[in-house]
Design a protein around this ligand. Structure first.
Ligand SMILES: [Zn+2]
Length: 411
């Protein structure tokens, strides 16, 4: 980063437009520093960011006036004995709201700008196949609980994002299709707005695998090319190339559950034969493991927890079911690895606890030329964020988006 970009004081006669951009950039640097480091003095911010003291003082004044930052203290500086005033992220009147809708349940999460969880509520929707209205009724109720809780905390919503278990596209954004609930195109935001007319004007819609992948990617240092594949609601995935999410021409890039992997396989609801989800999807693995009744009775999340418990305990039927599925997952990884050569493969959802059989099957089948290895195998590793990867990714992305332009935090 150039000096000019980080310190407008030293830039000389810049144009007004560039100065404005640089100032916004510097405001974002200060707020991000406070998010990462907690309450800090002006000199700590200056030392940590490379901005001059004078610049930090001017930026802090603008952020304080806008209610984004607040002074706390003074406290006594232990080494020099002088009183020290700390700046802290205020924004006490703001909240980020994420609503996650998957094939089993709807969850509302409300967090502060600093990442503190303020409210969380989940309801199961019973997975009524092909009936989006029933699912949206439950989602709208959960969303309303989140909106009411935010209002009761006397906060306003600075970002509201709905994260769904399916590919998203179109304008306005809609769920394009989902086989786990038997959905065709569904206008989720429109359906929620019809049920909650007082929603904020801007509501974003994101596919869960994409935001989960970005959250997992943010936990890895120095990784540019990452393949993410997860299973809970069906199978989803995402490709991150050169640090950026690949969306594709129609938003379908990374819909890896529909990688047509078994040439003579069963017809998938997407219209292809032998998709990965037809041979390694959660319903298939649960049925093979003898957990079909648990799925019916307890719902998908509880059934997958029981499946994972049985596999880790070495129960024969569950282990055999997963070993069979893992071979298909590994084959998918093989195809994707030769397609875009990732450094790291991250397995998320319930697969994060069951990586080893996939890794074994994956490394058994190296690409070779004249007996020599073509490359070093990418590392196959579990996701670090558990079931909350998509929710965390959603609020982290929302926070980053807001901090890009901290004086305009409003929707
Ligand atoms: Zn399919």
């Amino acid at each position: 980063m150039s000096t000019a970009a980080t310190d407008p004081v030293n830039r000389g006669a810049a144009t007004t437009l560039v100065s404005g951009d640089v100032r916004r950039h510097n405001l974002a640097i200060v707020t991000r520093f406070l998010v990462s480091n907690g309450p800090s003095s002006r000199s700590q911010i200056s030392d940590g960011t490379g901005l001059t003291r004078g610049t930090v003082t001017a930026l802090a004044a603008a952020l304080t006036d806008a209610g984004i930052v607040r002074e706390s203290g003074p406290i006594v500086n232990g080494t020099k004995g002088r009183p020290l005033t700390l700046l802290k992220l205020a924004a006490d009147d703001m909240a980020l709201l994420a609503l996650q809708l998957d094939a089993d349940q709807a969850t509302a999460l409300v967090v502060s700008l600093a990442g503190e969880t303020l409210f969380r509520h989940t309801e199961q929707h019973g997975r009524p196949m092909g009936r989006p209205d029933v699912v949206l009724d439950v989602a709208a109720r959960v969303l309303k609980a989140g909106l009411d809780a935010t209002a009761a905390l006397q906060r306003r919503i600075a970002d509201l994002t709905v994260v769904v278990f399916a590919p998203v596209g179109g304008e306005p954004a809609q769920v394009l299709a989902d086989t786990d609930l038997g959905w065709d195109t569904v206008d989720v935001i429109g359906g929620l707005r019809a049920r909650n007319p007082d929603l904020p004007p801007t509501v974003r819609l994101s596919p869960d695998a994409s935001v989960a992948a970005l959250a997992e990617h943010s936990k890895l240092t120095g990784v540019r090319d990452m393949l993410y594949l997860k299973s809970n609601s069906g199978i989803g995935g995402a490709l991150i190339v050169a640090g950026r999410l690949v969306e594709g021409a129609h938003g379908f890039a990374g819909a890896l559950g529909h990688l047509p992997i078994d040439h003579d396989g069963a017809l998938c609801l997407c219209g292809q034969h032998g998709c990965l989800v037809t041979v390694a999807g959660p319903d298939v693995v649960l049925a093979a493991a003898g957990l079909g009744e648990n799925l019916e009775r307890d719902g998908l999340t509880a059934a997958l927890t029981e499946l994972t418990r049985r596999i880790r305990a070495g129960e024969k039927r569950a282990t055999a079911a997963w070993d069979d599925a893992a071979v298909w997952v590994a084959r998918a990884l093989q195809i994707l690895t030769i397609s875009f050569d990732p450094e790291v493969i991250v397995l998320g959802g319930y697969w994060a606890d069951l990586v080893e059989p996939v890794r074994r099957a994956f490394v058994r089948n190296h690409p070779t030329i004249a007996g020599a290895r073509l490359w070093t195998d990418p590392q196959v590793m579990p996701g670090q964020l558990g079931d909350d990867a998509a929710l965390l990714g959603t609020v982290w992305i929302a926070r980053d988006r807001l901090l890009e332009d901290p004086l305009n935090i409003a929707i």
